[in-house]
Ligand binder design. Structure first.
Ligand SMILES: Nc1ncnc2c1ncn2[C@@H]1O[C@H](COP(=O)(O)OP(=O)(O)OP(=O)(O)O)[C@@H](O)[C@H]1O
Ligand SMILES: Nc1ncnc2c1ncn2[C@@H]1O[C@H](COP(=O)(O)OP(=O)(O)OP(=O)(O)O)[C@@H](O)[C@H]1O
Ligand SMILES: [Mg+2]
Ligand SMILES: [Mg+2]
Lengths: 297, 297
């Protein structure tokens, strides 16, 4: 089956979405120069905020059925297939290019040719997923809804990446139950120190009680600031906890990464990975390391 | 009754905890120069990450009963009183000073006299609150547990400030049900734009269905970066949505704010509000504006 990676950290704003989106996009399009194969990638949004679709310029009001319907589907609501919910690479490309135009009204030439994507499918989320999560507590197979929703389609993809909310509630548990790998982005800041221990306990509980096949795909240090003492402290603690699971690539804080969605696209698509685009370069280098780990699975 | 302020935003890492803690500390100790009265403040942590206690250097393993027990208390578990859970100003002061020593082992003189607090009581949270939230979905009065837990003690405090997780689940709903005011910290970044609409819809639902007395205390722009286009865009959108509810004080991004917990204390306690400590100055100025709004209630 495919590699199913849950991107998890209950600490808010540590670049889960930014990492899930950029990793998925990079692994989907591949890069000959960097030796990254193109793959069929399914990007799943399990966060009621629905930030994944927004990163690609998708207007959520225009969505058909989403993760919400899929979660209830067939058990608590009308059955809906994964295919009905999927947004494919052509629609993602169109949305990115439209979003670029929206944010760059003065530029007559239109978006660069590079603002496009292939091999990537998105399963979007919307805000009622919050209500779905609350109701889910009482439902049959409440931890397995994502696994159930994905099982017939897994064969069509090489990699599945799941973005999760900043919480250890039922949505995140569903991601950990459906995944075989966990990727943990850690922001190099104060609360990350105790957060690591909390998160590992939660993952161990899932391994014991629900999913013994769940393994650590890797830890990536994100939003690293060069002038901060905390960065080094957190990096050391991460390497002490997780050893070689910590990726060599750390993502530095960069305004370009935060502003990439204004280009209508994640940074690995919006900017070429070269010396003048260190943000894109960093996420492409992370993708390279991730690709190497996937190949060894 | 007291002013009960829920600090809410389902976007992660937008400085909810940093704002809740610094506002609570500043309003508790007061400031003669700035004309801020000292008040009796209860700071409630409703986030399973329990970052509030950590900011004061409190070791969570040493905690007695916490918000977890209080939430279940008497309905789903052994009754526990608010007083049994409270951590008072003397213990907070001791913890801050010990934490300062821990993070500054080479400094022989010990912590500055200013690292201390009065008039502030903390109701801490711990990670099992995640499990409590999941179980709560099926329980009687599930949205009112916080209100119930606080009702006999409200008379002892002038201000109650509630920190919430990055989610619109039952914990946050409890905060919105128990509060009469909502304070929304908004980070000046891309996803904040759609987040504002989502959050206001959720607040309106609570006003209609649970708590018609809930009002908007204010919006504060946080983690503002001067070299980013997004900052201005987000600030404009906030003022368009929320008008004069947006505080004049915006909190700039500052390494000192992120590192203050390494001094064992929130920045308004760790640093004097002057020109060389713009981070402390900003949060004290926010406290001044908040104090003025409280006085007019
Ligand atoms: N390396 C970086 N440099 C600068 N900004 C960044 C970087 N990585 C992410 N950001 C920005 O920081 C903010 C938080 O990132 P993101 O939303 O991806 O985190 P998250 O963990 O998914 O948050 P949440 O917990 O709310 O889901 C976003 O505005 C994002 O654009
Ligand atoms: N003005 C600022 N400048 C720099 N760093 C800041 C600032 N405000 C907060 N931080 C840091 O940013 C990180 C996120 O802040 P904080 O944890 O308070 O956000 P939050 O909204 O409570 O997050 P969560 O959604 O996880 O509860 C923390 O490490 C904090 O110390
Ligand atoms: Mg996210
Ligand atoms: Mg917080």
């Amino acid at each position: 089956g495919p590699v199913v990676i849950a991107v998890v950290n209950h600490k808010g704003g540590c670049a889960k979405t930014t990492t899930a989106v950029n990793l998925a996009a990079a692994l989907a399009v591949g890069n000959e120069e960097l030796g990254i194969d193109a793959r069929r990638v399914l990007l799943v949004d399990l966060d009621p905020k629905g930030n994944v679709a927004t990163t690609f310029g998708i207007d959520k009001k225009s969505l058909g059925p989403t993760m919400n319907e899929l979660f209830k589907g067939g058990v608590d609501g009308a059955p809906v297939t994964l295919n009905e919910c999927l947004i494919g690479p052509d629609i993602l490309t169109e949305a990115m290019r439209e979003s670029w135009k929206l944010h760059n009204p003065k530029r007559k030439r239109g978006p660069p040719k590079g603002i496009s994507i292939e091999n990537l499918w998105l399963l979007p989320a919307d805000l009622d997923l919050s209500g779905v999560e609350i109701d889910l507590a009482t439902r049959i197979g409440r931890e397995n809804r994502l696994k159930l929703a994905l099982q017939d389609s897994l064969g069509h993809f090489d990699v599945v990446i799941v973005d999760t909310p900043a919480s250890l509630g039922l949505l995140t548990i569903n991601a950990l139950a459906a995944a075989n790998w966990v990727l943990i982005p850690i922001q190099a800041e104060f609360y990350a120190l105790e957060g690591m221990g909390q998160l590992m306990n939660a993952i161990r509980d899932v391994q014991k009680a629900i999913n013994p096949n769940l393994r650590l795909f890797g830890i990536v240090l994100t939003m690293v600031q060069t002038n901060s003492n905390l960065g080094e402290t957190v990096a050391e603690r991460a390497r002490k906890h997780f050893g070689d699971r910590v990726f060599d690539t750390a993502i530095q804080r960069s305004v370009a990464i935060a502003e990439a969605p204004l280009e209508g696209a994640p940074i690995v698509i919006a900017k070429k990975p070269n010396k003048s685009n260190p943000g894109s370069k960093a996420y492409w280098e992370l993708a390279k390391e991730a690709d190497a780990r996937i190949v060894r699975i």
